[in-house]
Design a protein around this ligand. Structure first.
Ligand code: PLP
Length: 339
């Protein structure tokens, strides 16, 4: 990086990472951003949408903020209790004259029903923009998950399966989107003109270098995560009141999170959370609270309108999950939960 004297603005490493990710994610086109959130905000801006966007409250606040900061009204659809993604059977009842997009979220490495969503989008002429922050490297029938919908946002935040410290990308199928995204993330500039009122969301060379290094290890990391997930399964399967995530057929997951729903267990979710903490084990209430329960959204939205999402948010914990987590530690974590 020092040798090239090129620190940001589509540098050599940026170009290299972009090409490597097109290949790794098995997508047609990809544009890098300084983080996942700004990637999502900018792609919504590129589609120049207005009115309402159907999404779920069972996500990270970034999804909803990106919708609202583009002047759109989020309409919350409930999730299904099986894989925690948008309940596709409820989407149609929420479509109005105002609806311009669906912004579904892939959750924990589980994917949405992309086929059904595509049918609905075609029928009602809606854009589909996936929040794929949890879905790096996930494949459906052998194809990269970033091929579905009009665009997908990936996050490369330090906590994700693949990271560039901070970072993100948009994948898409329509080449025409490339110029608009390049412009939007660079103040709206294009040659000597400005074609958008853009912001600054460019990935720098340090981030790209980090990504190139980490990408070499990502397959190995996902394999280690899988072994961790399988060990958790062995310990926790079949226990009354503990509901585990079921793997989806035809999907190669990335094992980005290990969610457990404590429903009817002899301790509540909050008790398990606190007792794990006493052993320095940091589980996460994720996602909790629901987006509709944050004070900035409460009043405009009612979390009781999405009872499944509310129930899961009140009962879920994601257990520690990372590539270097030892099987020994998984055994210890499970021993505390069972005790
Ligand atoms: C991490 C995350 C984001 C935001 O990505 P950043 O890279 O942190 O900006 C958005 N949505 C979901 C579901 C996430 O998990």
């Amino acid at each position: 990086m020092w040798d090239s004297h090129w620190l940001t603005n589509n540098g050599e490493l940026h170009q290299k990472l972009e090409n490597q990710l097109v290949e790794y994610l098995d997508v047609s086109y990809l544009t890098l951003f300084t983080n996942g959130h700004l990637a999502l905000e900018n792609v919504i801006a590129a589609f120049d949408l207005s009115g309402e966007a159907i999404t779920t409250p069972y996500t990270f606040i970034s999804t909803t903020n990106a919708i609202v900061r583009n002047g759109l009204t989020p309409v919350f659809c409930d999730i299904n209790p099986v894989d925690y993604t948008i309940d596709v059977n409820q989407i149609e009842s929420l479509i109005t004259e105002e609806t311009s997009a669906i912004v579904p979220v892939h959750v924990y490495g589980n994917i949405c029903d992309v086929e059904k969503i595509e049918q609905l989008a075609l029928k009602h002429e809606l854009k589909v923009i996936y929040d794929a922050a949890h879905a790096f490297g996930v494949r459906l029938n052998g194809h990269g998950i970033g091929n579905y919908g009009d665009a997908s946002m990936f996050s490369f935040h330090a906590t994700k399966v693949f990271n560039t410290i901070e970072g993100g990308a948009i994948s898409y199928r329509d080449e025409a989107l490339k110029e608009d995204l390049e412009s939007l993330k660079n103040f709206g500039l294009s040659a000597e003109d400005a074609i958008f009122i853009g912001n600054n969301a460019k990935m720098n060379e340090f981030q790209a270098a980090m990504g190139i290094c980490n990408l070499r290890h990502v397959n190995e990391d996902i394999a280690k995560r899988k072994a961790v997930a399988e060990r958790y399964d062995e310990h926790l399967n079949g226990i009354n009141g503990i509901i585990l995530n079921q793997s989806q057929s035809s999907v190669e997951s990335n094992y980005s999170y290990y969610p457990v729903v404590f429903d009817g267990y002899n301790k509540t979710r909050d008790q398990v959370f606190s007792e794990l903490k006493e052993y320095d084990i940091n589980a996460r209430k994720y996602f909790y609270p629901l987006i509709s329960d944050y004070s900035v959204y409460r009043g405009k939205h009612n979390s009781n309108d999405t009872p499944v999402a509310k129930h899961i948010a009140d009962h879920v914990l994601t257990l520690p999950m990372y590539a270097s987590l030892s099987i020994d530690d998984v055994d210890k974590i499970c021993a505390v939960i069972k005790k």
